[in-house]
Design a protein around this ligand. Structure first.
Ligand SMILES: NC(=O)C1=CN([C@@H]2O[C@H](COP(=O)(O)OP(=O)(O)OC[C@H]3O[C@@H](n4cnc5c(N)ncnc54)[C@H](O)[C@@H]3O)[C@@H](O)[C@H]2O)C=CC1
Ligand SMILES: O=C(O)[C@H](O)CS(=O)(=O)O
Length: 472
């Protein structure tokens, strides 16, 4: 059984530590082991990041940019291996995994360029004998805690902008999917990014994050995961008034208007609903269809869902891989059963299969009192509910504590703009089921998070703004 290392400055196998097994969600076979690190390893990682920070920050933006681009090239070189590793530990089909590697590497490329555009300012002074300048500098050591559903993209979406401005990072990947993260860390070292700039600690989430939250040397926490865990981290971060960015849960509505192109709308809802077997925070969790077209839409949509092949992510043609674990399956089954008990009907799917697979499912006759309309299902289930008017669709779509992503399908431009502006969400896909991109700001309103990742906004999360006033 291969034993992977942590990266604390350099490779660290944590010889004296117990190990955690990493399991293939489809076969349940053990893939590898990683060290079960805790507080001690977390503190040593901060020691390394703190030590490496001055020299890394002192490099010019162009020097850091070149090193990030070298990392980018090595990730391109190893895409097939990284994609296979991701499929094995997370389950997504290999083609989709390769797509994630490309998306993840897109952050490296985008921020290698953005590094060169972190501009300061000079401000006209009121007095002749004064000069006023704004200088931007890196916050310092950053701690990143990432989820299992995007084992590569959730790492680089944080690490690339942090490195670009001169920060160093300590990372705790999900214990379910650490292998991809460790391989990315190895490639950072191979690229010549100095030891201590990128550190990866595996093991006890709470012990590691508690150590980082209480460490004055850690200047920023960036977390992606459930809203529940995010709330807890935010509370602890307040003890040291630590900067924090949170990318949390969602409950995305997908609204299909009667004046939409129904074929395009069906394709768009498929794209958002079934990506990663429905295990993304921006997946459509609720599908609202205007009453007058619900029959026709459901027919077109259901035929497409039936064509989605489930299976081992390594197998040719698989579109829907396994869910991450038994808990995920149990939650999906609970949501489907609850809906059926309350009057929903199954248009297709509705059954658990072997290997943590769940049939791509369409539920109709869905009402707002059902769990699937109020909790993140995080699985391949599309509940369809009908509405009469534009105003009703907006009101129901916004009636939640979440505000990450929303989707709207209409061919009427003014209606599209008007409704997009009324939707209380950080991301709106207007006739687009997959809006995420490295150059665009990703983040939520309400309890879906704080801050943005991606785009020029994403780099500001790792910058301190300093005002320098000069008496002449
Ligand atoms: N808004 C966004 O961009 C995203 C949000 N999510 C949300 O996260 C959930 C699925 O991802 P999971 O990894 O299961 O979320 P999770 O919140 O359970 O875990 C996320 C990370 O936090 C760590 N963690 C768990 N409990 C912790 C604690 N008490 N203290 C410190 N760290 C802890 C985990 O080990 C993992 O590394 C879903 O709710 C999904 O919506 C997931 C990905 C992206
Ligand atoms: O973790 C997630 O769900 C991702 O943030 C979604 S995306 O960035 O791949 O769209």
């Amino acid at each position: 059984m291969e034993k992977y290392e942590m990266i604390i400055g350099k490779a660290d196998f944590g010889e004296k530590l117990e190990t955690i097994s990493v399991v293939n969600p489809f076969t349940q076979e053990k893939l590898a082991e990683v060290p079960n690190g805790g507080e001690k390893e977390a503190v040593r990682a901060v020691d390394e990041a703190h030590k490496a920070f001055p020299e890394w920050a002192a490099l010019s933006a162009y020097e850091r940019s070149e090193l990030i681009m070298k990392w980018h090239e090595l990730i391109v070189r190893d895409t097939d291996d990284l994609a296979k590793t991701m499929t094995l530990e997370q389950g997504k089909p290999t083609q989709e995994a390769a797509g994630e590697i490309g998306y993840a590497n897109g952050f490296n490329k985008w921020y290698a360029e953005e590094a060169k555009r972190v501009y300061g300012e000079s401000i006209p002074a009121t007095q002749q004998n004064k000069r006023m300048y704004v200088h931007k500098q890196p916050v310092g050591v950053v701690a990143a805690i990432t989820p299992w559903n995007f084992p590569a993209a959730m790492i680089t979406r944080k690490v690339a902008p942090a490195l670009a401005v001169g920060c160093t990072v300590v990372i705790k990947p999900s214990r379910l999917t650490p292998l991809t993260a460790i391989k990315l860390g190895r490639l950072a070292l191979e690229a010549g990014i100095p030891e201590g700039v990128v550190n990866i600690v595996t093991g006890d989430s709470k012990a590691i994050s508690d150590a980082w939250l209480s460490d004055e040397r850690v200047k920023k926490i960036t977390f992606t995961g459930s809203t529940e865990v995010g709330r807890g981290l935010m509370k602890k971060a307040s003890d040291t008034v630590k900067k924090i960015s949170l990318e949390l849960g969602g409950l995305a509505p997908a609204i299909v208007m009667e004046d939409s192109d129904l074929e395009k709308a069906a394709e768009g809802v498929i794209a958002t609903k079934f990506r990663n077997a429905g295990q993304t925070c921006v997946c459509a969790n609720r599908v609202y269809v205007q009453e007058s077209v619900v029959e026709e839409f459901t027919k077109i949509f259901t035929e497409k869902v039936k064509a989605l092949k489930t299976g081992d992510g390594l197998a040719e043609g698989t579109k829907i891989g396994p869910l991450i674990d038994e808990n995920a399956i149990e939650k999906v089954e609970r949501h489907v059963q609850d809906a059926l008990d309350k009057g929903a009907k199954v248009a297709t799917g509705g059954k658990k299969l072997e290997g943590l697979l769940y049939e791509p499912t369409v539920l109709t006759n869905v009402t707002e009192d059902m769990l699937c309309m109020n909790e993140e299902t995080f699985g391949p289930v599309a509940p369809i509910s009908t509405f009469k008017t534009e105003e009703e669709a907006i009101q129901r779509a916004n009636d939640t504590i979440y505000g990450l992503a929303a989707y709207l399908f209409t061919e009427n431009l003014s209606r599209g703009i008007r409704m997009s502006e009324q939707l209380e969400y950080g991301i709106v896909g207007l006739n687009d089921g997959n809006p995420s991109a490295p150059q665009a700001p990703f983040g939520g309103f309400k309890q879906s998070g704080l801050g943005r990742e991606g785009g020029h906004q994403g780099i500001d999360e790792f910058i301190e703004v300093k005002y320098i006033s000069v008496g002449m």
